[in-house]
Design a protein around this ligand. Structure first.
Ligand code: MN
Length: 445
């Protein structure tokens, strides 16, 4: 991951809102998303977030002069096809990033032509950024795995494979939804410890999971594992990802094959994919602690040790219906950091996923797993924050929560900061719990 002029903190944009200290989208970020003008019904196109605006790449491709290499990269983006760019080698992605950086920089000769290609983010309707083929959810948060394991196995919280195998399961892509799309509380089989038999009911232990979404770029052919040295060439970028979870459904269904319907009713993705190139300044060494087993050789690499981790500060914010009624802002209920929470790096996830020859495709999504810190105040799920539902979380307005109630809104926030560099963010990742649908008579609550 190398730094170049696109990361220069002195670089400013002719889009004034991109130059404020608190924007998620300074010219050093340049994340990709899919959108249309709100209410227009026009076909989706790919855009780049810049300050509080979007550069519409469909318009920009026609309005300005680009090199033939960049024009070819822009062509599929004009039709909303981000997967085509994701499939490119990193060199091509870097060429497009450099061209967009030059075009949006203060003093650019392209400014007059591109001014009319801006759309205000408030006037845009964001869709999922790309076609998501397959979705795998990992479990890299060691503090989460330990805290959850402790609820079930106080003496032996981590299973013996955890420090050797990046644990994951295959999820469903069909219910991943963009920021701001609400969802109904799911129904499913639940069985209390004293119940003789399970029953169908709305989940009473609905939870969030603070995760990152990792988007695959270039494909690997089936049968061809990706080595650690090549792994990041197959990663396009990162988003926020809330993997809503029904803990009561999960507890009853998860053995012996893992989570199933407790996870596949809804997951929320932030709209902008922050590229691996944009994250270059925020890389950190990946080091295993004292006494921890070293990764097997296929999960080890020099670059991974030097800068395999990514410093992303994360927050979970809750707004209850009462807070909305009282006009109170949402409350931060958890803070953690990807670099501190994750036992495995992004490169290790790619190398492990493909070691058996599994093919990954552009637009495939990995969930990181819940990214909790070591303390309860850093819990990335309510399951941990409430110690399995036993000790409610106290909110500042006097309310309590063990699990989510109808009307609760969760927002995830991500931000990268480092001395000497421009801070970048990930945009919104919000969703609200709606009441269960009375679709089945026995599920009406
Ligand atoms: Mn998950």
């Amino acid at each position: 991951m190398s730094l170049d002029h696109t990361h220069d903190p002195a670089l400013c944009s002719w889009v004034a809102s991109a130059n404020t200290a608190d924007t998620d989208f300074p010219i050093q970020n340049l994340p990709f998303g899919a959108f249309r003008r709100q209410g227009s019904g026009e076909p989706l196109r790919v855009g780049v977030a810049i300050g509080d605006q979007i550069l519409d790449l469909k318009l920009a491709a026609q309005a300005s002069d680009w090199s033939s290499e960049v024009s070819a990269l822009l062509a599929p983006l004009a039709t909303g096809d981000l997967n085509a760019l994701m499939a490119q080698v990193p060199k091509a992605r870097r060429a497009l990033r450099a061209a967009l950086s030059n075009a949006l920089a203060e003093g650019s000769t392209q400014h007059p032509a591109l001014q009319a290609c801006l759309v205000s983010q408030t006037a845009a309707e964001m869709a999922l950024p790309c076609r998501i083929g397959d979705y795998t959810d990992f479990y890299v948060g060691i503090h989460h795995a330990t805290a959850v394991g402790r609820l079930f196995r106080p003496d032996n919280p981590l299973l013996p494979n955890y420090k050797w195998v990046p644990i994951g399961y295959h999820g469903r892509a069909s219910t991943i939804q963009p920021n701001g799309v609400d969802f109904h509380r799911p129904c499913g089989q639940v069985k209390g410890p004293q119940d003789e038999a399970p029953r169908l009911a709305p989940s009473q232990r609905l939870d969030l999971e603070l995760e990152l979404g990792i988007f695959i770029g270039q494909a690997n052919a089936q049968g061809r594992p990706v080595s650690m040295d090549e792994a990041e060439d197959h990663v396009f970028g990162i988003t926020l990802f809330n993997d809503w979870s029904a803990r009561d459904l999960q507890a009853w269904e998860y053995q012996p094959l893992g989570p199933f319907l407790s996870k596949s009713f809804a997951s929320t993705l932030s709209p902008w994919i922050v590229t691996l190139e944009a994250l270059a300044p925020f890389r950190r060494p990946f080091v295993r602690g004292e006494g921890e087993p070293e990764p097997l050789p296929y999960l080890d690499g020099e670059a991974n040790r030097a800068q395999g981790a990514i410093d992303i500060a994360l927050e979970v914010r809750l707004q209850t219906p009462a807070m909305r009624a009282q006009g109170v802002a949402d409350e931060c209920i958890s803070r953690s950091n990807f670099a501190d929470a994750a036992y495995w790096t992004v490169a290790q996830l790619v190398a492990h996923h493909t070691v058996n020859g599994c093919a990954l495709n552009p637009g495939d999504l990995f969930g990181s797993g819940t990214l909790s810190g070591p303390t309860r105040a850093q819990a990335g799920s309510l399951l941990e924050a409430s110690l399995g539902g036993k000790e409610p979380l106290q909110l500042a307005n006097g309310e309590q929560r063990t699990f989510l109630l109808d009307g609760d809104e969760i927002a995830l926030v991500g931000r990268c900061s480092r001395e000497g560099f421009k801070s970048i963010g990930f945009g919104p990742c919000r969703g609200t719990v709606l009441p269960a649908l009375p679709a089945l008579p026995s599920c009406a609550g």
